[in-house]
Write a protein that binds this ligand. Structure first.
Ligand SMILES: [Zn+2]
Length: 458
């Protein structure tokens, strides 16, 4: 089944054909680690996790890199403010980031390059750019000479005159042109710095992705992904640097950009006080509900987050897990990984159409409910796995409240007492126990197979 992907550079959906099917290369711009990330920051990692899983099913080898930006002015400011070395801040928040991503069921990348571990590659690339006439040194800075690269602006569809007219670039006395951007900048003694041919300094942000991508994936890669907010200037600058440093070779063959996330229709920002941190959300809600919500919109569209949408995601998963619970006695021949049903796979192959894939998953759940069998259960589980959903034991799903499990032993003890009370026809006691369970957020259903319980999550 062929995969097609929308390429932001050509502005078309094109059949995806990697350069080397044994080594498909994917690079995603990762976080700048100085704070906890919010749920909007998790959208790219979540959707591209589904993409990488898809690629791994189709190709013999995939190398997926997601970097860590561990030197940056925001990090420096945080370190100065707290009076600690930058490494203390970056190692803490890089680890928090890994935990947040793992919490959302996002697989770690194959390579997680850190900028500070690639200063040698970065300075070498800058030297090449200077030697090729694409960069120049001025007052301890090295700048990329935008005028030297005629294709500049092709990705974002901007031309340099427009940029200057719009005054959207920093004007500095050491720049030949206002659009020129920094590859290297000098560091004062209190700032982190490395020795270089241009004095002690530190890299600009854009150059690190060009250098790390080349170091780990090669000069031409198959897919470069990131948020649409990075398209300009970050990705535009990456293309300019890499293409000019590598003799005009294509840098990334496909550019994929995910849309931004809003909260109740508004941008998530500190000043609006509506920032939802991943580690907080994971304490409040089951992680698969958060993941489902991240995948519910098409990745290229904006996505709106709201409490109602979280509740909706939980109730959708409740429905699917109810089917799996009904089928708990049905043994699935555990070929791992379970095959992904064709229509769901086709939706993902069509520019990662996750809303369609989720609709297919609902149909698979309906089919399994109507015709329970090992085959229909395997199809539901296989489809869920492609999206990183339905990975829990259904009993565990129903017994978790928010992100945490309730005291199952306590619930079972109360249920046992209730059974005894009912057997003794002590209905007042039985009702009192039911009320106590309700106050714990536990709902009970009496059925032919005994009493089942679950936890209300919203
Ligand atoms: Zn980047």
């Amino acid at each position: 089944m062929p995969i097609s992907l929308y390429n932001s550079l050509s502005r078309r959906t094109e059949p995806f054909l990697p350069l080397d099917p044994n080594r498909v290369t994917v690079y995603l711009c990762g976080p700048t680690v100085y704070n906890y990330v919010h749920i909007g920051n998790a959208r790219g990692p979540a959707v591209f996790d589904v993409l990488v899983k898809l690629l791994r099913r189709h190709y013999a080898g995939v190398v997926y890199a997601r970097n860590i930006t561990d030197v940056d002015d925001k990090i420096n400011a945080a370190a100065l403010e707290q009076g600690v070395p930058i490494g203390q801040i970056t190692s803490r928040f890089a680890q928090a980031y890994r935990e947040d991503m793992a919490g959302l069921g996002i697989a770690p990348p194959d390579v997680e390059p850190h900028a500070t571990a690639h200063i040698g590659q970065i300075t070498a690339m800058i030297q090449t750019l200077i030697a090729n006439g694409h960069a120049y040194e001025a007052e301890g800075h090295v700048l990329f000479d935008v005028a030297s690269y005629s294709a500049y602006g092709a990705l974002s569809g901007r031309d340099t005159d427009e940029l200057i007219a719009g005054a959207r670039v920093e004007v500095a006395p050491y720049k030949r042109n206002p659009t020129d951007f920094v590859l290297w900048k000098p560091s004062t003694p209190e700032l982190p710095g490395w020795d270089s041919p241009w004095g002690r300094g530190r890299p600009g942000w854009h150059i690190e992705c060009s250098a790390m991508s080349a170091a780990h994936l090669g000069e031409t890669i198959d897919i470069h992904a990131g948020g649409v907010d990075l398209q300009f200037p970050h990705h535009e600058n990456e293309i300019a640097q890499s293409t000019c440093a590598h003799g005009g070779k294509v840098f990334a063959r496909w550019w994929l950009h995910n849309g931004m996330l809003t909260f109740d229709g508004r941008k998530m920002s500190k000043s609006l006080g509506n920032v939802l941190h991943v580690h907080e959300l994971l304490k409040q809600h089951p992680h698969e509900a958060l993941r489902l919500l991240l995948l519910r919109g098409h990745y290229r569209q904006p996505l709106d987050w709201s409490d109602a949408a979280v509740a909706q995601a939980i109730s959708t998963l409740d429905g699917w897990y109810r089917v799996l619970r009904e089928l708990s006695g049905v043994i699935v021949d555990m070929i791992q990984p379970l095959p992904v049903p064709e229509r769901l796979e086709a939706a993902l192959c069509d520019d990662l159409n996750t809303p369609q894939a989720l609709a297919e998953l609902s149909l698979l759940a309906d089919a399994a409910r109507q015709a329970p069998s090992a085959g229909s259960k395997a199809a539901l589980l296989g489809g869920g796995a492609a999206l990183g959903l339905l990975q829990q034991d259904p009993e565990a799903w129903f017994k978790q409240a928010g992100g945490n499990a309730v005291d199952a032993t306590r619930v079972e003890t109360l249920l046992e007492e209730r059974r005894a009370a009912r057997a003794a026809r002590d209905f007042a006691r039985a009702d009192a126990i039911r009320e106590e369970l309700t106050s714990m957020g536990v709902v009970i259903e009496d059925g032919a197979q005994g009493t089942r319980w679950s936890v209300v999550k919203h």
